[in-house]
Design a protein around this ligand. Structure first.
Ligand SMILES: [Zn+2]
Length: 58
């Protein structure tokens, strides 16, 4: 199980995304970013930041 805390990426946000794989987390983050943060797409720099913050969930 992988986990990403949205706040770790730099957003003022309490959302936590959990999924089985890093790719699944990225897909869910894309949806979350669009719905919660109005980001139509995640640019390469932000995607890199997000990937760097994905970690194993307990
Ligand atoms: Zn968020």
């Amino acid at each position: 199980m992988k986990e990403l805390k949205c706040g770790d990426v730099g957003f003022d946000c309490d959302a936590v995304v959990r999924a089985d794989s890093e790719e699944e987390v990225m897909a869910q983050v894309a949806t979350h970013a669009r719905e919660a943060h109005g980001m139509d797409e995640i640019d390469a720099a932000t995607a890199g930041k997000i990937r760097a913050q994905i970690h194993d969930a307990a």
